[in-house]
Design a protein around this ligand. Structure first.
Ligand SMILES: CNc1ncnc2c1ncn2[C@@H]1O[C@H](COP(=O)(O)OP(=O)(O)OP(=O)(O)O)[C@@H](O)[C@H]1O
Length: 173
């Protein structure tokens, strides 16, 4: 999957997909009512789009530390149980990166707007894909459903040109 990529030299970034399981009135753990937190990014890579909160890994920081810090900085909440759900290599005519995707269900605080992000909860079965990275359609429903993936997405002129995906695999490089 990543044979052609200098994965150790690419900048690393994180994304967090927080899932709120809703009230679960039937107590059966069913999916009805599940929501996920997205942000309208105000600046940086992908600004204007809806994405999970996240950002670039800083020197000396682990990806787990990064995802907690970025969610706190962008929407003011503490994610308590981030787990690795996927990893993808993003190649483009601009920025290239290895993006580590986390899923979480527990958090402390209330999401609030910041200078970087405008947060909003969306039903997991009604996501704003027309205003998201096009390749999010390939993997996000799977991650919200508890799955794992690895991917490689090559973009040029803002469009995906090559899309490779494996699901149900350990999300490592
Ligand atoms: C198909 N390609 C992609 N699909 C979905 N999401 C993608 C992505 N390529 C990058 N991303 C995310 O974009 C953010 C960039 O980081 P970004 O927010 O600009 O960085 P950071 O918050 O550190 O900000 P500054 O650089 O300080 O402005 C970061 O979450 C990263 O995971």
């Amino acid at each position: 999957m990543f044979e052609d990529d200098p994965v150790d030299d690419l900048p690393a970034a994180t994304l967090c997909h927080l899932v709120d399981r809703g009230d679960d009135p039937g107590g059966d753990g069913g999916a009805a009512g599940d929501e996920t937190l997205l942000i309208r990014k105000k600046r940086g890579v992908g600004s204007g789009q809806w994405v999970g909160p996240g950002g670039k890994v800083e020197p000396g920081e682990t990806v787990e530390e990064c995802v907690v810090r970025e969610v706190r900085e962008e929407v003011g909440i503490d994610v308590l149980d981030p787990e690795r759900a996927g990893v993808f290599v993003y190649r483009s005519d601009g920025w290239d990166a290895v993006v580590h995707v986390f899923r979480a269900t527990e958090y402390a605080g209330t999401p609030e707007e910041t200078a970087e992000a405008d947060p909003r909860w969306f039903p997991v079965d009604d996501l704003p894909f027309a205003e998201m990275w096009q390749t999010d359609r390939e993997w996000l429903p799977h991650v919200l459903d508890g799955g794992t993936f690895r991917g490689r997405f090559v973009y040029s002129d803002g469009e995906p040109r090559e899309v490779r995906m494996e699901t149900g695999v350990t999300p490592s490089l």
